[in-house]
Each structure stands twice: as C-alpha cells, then as structure tokens.
Design a protein around this ligand. Structure first.
Ligand code: UD1
Ligand code: UDP
Length: 369
C-alpha cells in the first residue's frame, strides 16, 4: 500500500505582501492538516504592516519570529541568514517556501539551499530587467537557487526557460494574489465600511500607493510624483487617498515635501484595502501586488514606475507605465479613467495555493508498506 509520508514545510515570510500572498497556501496547509510552520523574519513589524494581516486573514501565529526589524540591506539580510539557519537546522523541514522578491525571500532561499533543503519560490520568473532595484536581485537569485519554481503565468515560465532553468522544475500555477482577492472580497464587502468611514463615494476617488525605494528615497523623483498626484486632484476635482507606507512617510518628513492636496491615511488592513481598490475610479501605484489586484478587480491602473515585472497587466490593457514625470502621470490618468474594464485577468483562476501544495505533495509521495 502507498501511504503518504508527512513532509514538513517551512513557510518563510517577513513583509506585508508576503503574508497576504502566502495566506492561500497557509490555508491549504491547514485544510489538509499538513506539517508546516511559519518562520517570520520580522522585516515588517508595525501593527498595521504585519499583525493586522494575521488577524484579518485568520492565520495562525508564526512559530518563530526573528524580530530582525529595519536596517541597512546587508545588516537586515545578514541577521535573517543567521536566524533562519538556526531555525532550519533545528526543524529540518523538507521544503522551504518563500514568496516574491524581498530581503526575507532571498534570505530564506539562500539559507535553505545551503542546507540542502528544497526551496519552493512562489511567484517565480518575474523580471523588470532593472538590476538597480533590490527586488530584481532578490527575485533573480531566489529563482536560481530554487528547486520548485511556481510561475504565475506562461510568460514567467518562458523567462525562466530562457535563463536555463530546467522545464521540469517550473510549474505554472497562477498567482496566489488572485486566490487572496477571491477569498476575501466578499468578506471585505460584508465586514468593512471604509468608503463611508472616509466619506468617499464609489468610483469617485483615486487610490494611491507609493513606497518603492527608487521612488521615495530620491527627493526629486518623489516630489515629481507628488506634483503629478496634485495635478490629478486639480484636473478631476476628486479626492485622492494615499494609505502611506512608513518608508514614504519618513521620506516626506525628511525631504520636507508638500502633500496638502493628497489625503494621507495610515496603511489599512487588507479587507479595507480591497474595498478601497474595488471602488476606486483609478489606482495609481508603484506596488507590485497592487498592480495585480487592480487588474484582477477590473480597476484601471497607472503605474508610477518606468518598468514593470508584471507586463501582463499592461498587455491586457489594465495598466500603463507613467514613470515619475508629473505631466505624464496626469496624461496617463486621463487615458486610464476612460478605459473600459473588459480585460481578462491573466493571473489565474484563484486556485494557485491549491496547485502549489498539490505539486509539493506529488513529489513527496514516498512509497512505504
Ligand atoms: C520591503 C521590500 C519591498 C516591498 C515592501 C512591501 C526589500 C528590499 N524591500 O520594502 O520589495 O515592496 O517591503 O511593503 O525587501 N518600517 C516601519 N514599520 C515596518 C516596516 C518598515 O516603520 O513594519 C519603516 C522603517 O523606517 C524602515 C522602512 O520602513 O526603515 C523600510 O522598511 P524595509 O523593510 O527595509 O523595506 P520596505 O520599504 O518595507
Ligand atoms: N495593502 C494593504 N493595505 C495598504 C496598502 C496595501 O493591505 O494600506 C496590500 C495590498 O492589497 C497588496 C499588498 O498590500 O496585497 C501590496 O503590498 P506592498 O505594496 O507593500 O508591496 P509590493 O506588492 O509592492 O511588494
């Protein structure tokens, strides 16, 4: 008789988008009663960047939290490497799952591969082809030390094949962000009322997020973006809501930038954010996850970057790249508010989490009497 040996899975995460995009996989592990544990690096630690997502998404607590916190890239990643190694040596999982492109992602993948543990990269094969971005380095290196590469689309699979990754290691699963949206949108509509709380009207406001290092750590570039946002407010006479990432708030203060016309609010929980996205007239963002979610929700998006590793969103007509030029931000916004949302979501059917876990279990079927 074939019986399934219970493999142990370690899920390494550390930031807001990793918690959200790992949540469908965690739910699936729970449903199947698999032997798994969460290792949190502590890269994000503020309540509204971390804990709130565990509560919102009803995830069990991390078994380990390394409390690494903020720091220079080397210091932050270095502390993670040391802490993750200790935990993995003690727990000896068969598989380590990491997601996306943060320092936590790279640290988890690097330690696991050095210990001879199989790495599964969720959201493999994305490329902006801009090596100045820390995320591009993190995602590329992670892909190349992974055993399982869970590519969200055929396009990302082709990128991996082009870089010499053997086809048998690549699994096109869709992106778990679709699962997260489908699993939570209805709950969000039932449980949250942020549109009324903020005195907004559906389809009568703009939603903004911007936090990327290349945008907000550069005074001139951040100032152009903020000027572009002011242009949008003046042109349309509609509110522009910006749940502001702590990095961006710090930079606005440090650079003394003017944000009067923009309505800054604290980062919100995932359910509230989904509701804000779903009801927005237009989303302006430099976030990876927000480009995907707006595409899935049928809300047009203007991306405040010169490139994107999510070209599928542009190809289907859901997204356009505006960069940081204030005039171009306004021009792109004018075009995109008129865009009919008839595109098809390119990121899968909302079963990515199930497919990923299924794949892990398939290769874990060890014969035993
Ligand atoms: C990180 C990721 C980025 C991702 C983003 C998701 C890297 C290199 N970058 O960027 O790809 O898009 O997370 O949000 O891994 N801070 C707080 N509280 C927190 C976390 C951060 O106040 O809970 C502040 C600190 O001042 C910190 C700054 O934000 O110095 C930046 O945090 P950090 O984790 O270094 O990078 P992110 O900008 O969050
Ligand atoms: N998000 C949220 N509250 C906010 C802003 C964003 O819950 O105030 C969610 C959003 O729905 C998406 C994720 O955070 O799922 C994106 O994370 P972020 O923009 O920090 O990182 P990126 O995707 O750029 O790596």
């Amino acid at each position: 008789m074939w019986v399934e040996r219970l493999m142990k899975i370690s899920i390494v995460l550390g930031t807001r988008p990793e918690i959200i995009k790992m949540s469908p996989i965690i739910r699936e592990c729970e449903r199947l009663e698999l032997d798994y544990f969460i290792l949190h690096t502590g890269q994000h630690y503020s309540y509204n960047m971390d804990r709130v997502f565990f509560e919102d998404l009803e995830l069990s607590d991390a078994k380990y939290n390394l409390d690494v916190g903020s720091g220079s890239p080397g210091e932050q990643t270095g502390k993670m490497l040391v802490g993750i190694e200790k935990v993995l040596e003690k727990e000896t999982p068969e598989v380590v799952l990491v997601q996306g492109d943060t320092n936590s992602t790279l640290a988890g993948a690097l330690v696991a591969s050095k210990l001879g543990i199989k790495v599964g990269h969720v959201e493999a094969g994305l490329r902006s082809y801009d090596r100045r971005m820390p995320e591009e380095i993190n995602r590329t290196l992670t892909d190349h030390c992974s055993y399982y590469l869970f590519a969200p689309t055929e396009k990302s699979k082709r990128i991996l094949l082009g870089e010499g990754v053997p086809e048998k290691k690549i699994f096109v699963t869709g992106n778990t962000v679709v699962d997260a949206v489908f699993q939570n949108l209805e709950i969000a509509n039932r449980k949250r009322n942020i549109i009324n709380d903020l005195e907004l009207r559906s389809k009568d406001y703009f939603l903004v997020t911007a936090h990327r290092q290349e945008n907000v750590d550069n005074k001139a570039r951040f100032a152009w973006i903020l000027r572009g946002l002011r242009n949008v407010v003046e042109e349309f006479g509609l509110p522009l809501v910006y749940p502001i990432h702590p990095r961006s708030r710090k930079q606005i203060r440090e650079f003394g930038l003017q944000v009067d016309e923009v309505r800054l609010i604290e980062p919100v929980d995932f359910l509230s954010f989904l509701q804000l996205e779903n009801n927005a007239k237009l989303v302006l963002t430099d976030s990876g996850g927000v480009q995907e979610e707006s595409c899935v929700l049928g809300v047009p998006c203007v991306t405040l970057r010169d490139n994107t590793e999510r070209p599928e969103t542009v190809e289907v007509g859901a997204n356009v790249l505006a960069g940081a030029d204030s005039d171009r931000i306004l021009e792109c916004s004018k075009i995109m508010v008129r865009r009919q949302n008839r595109w098809e979501n390119p990121f899968g059917d909302g079963r990515a989490g199930i497919k990923i876990v299924e794949e892990l279990r398939k290769t874990d079927l060890l014969g035993a009497e």
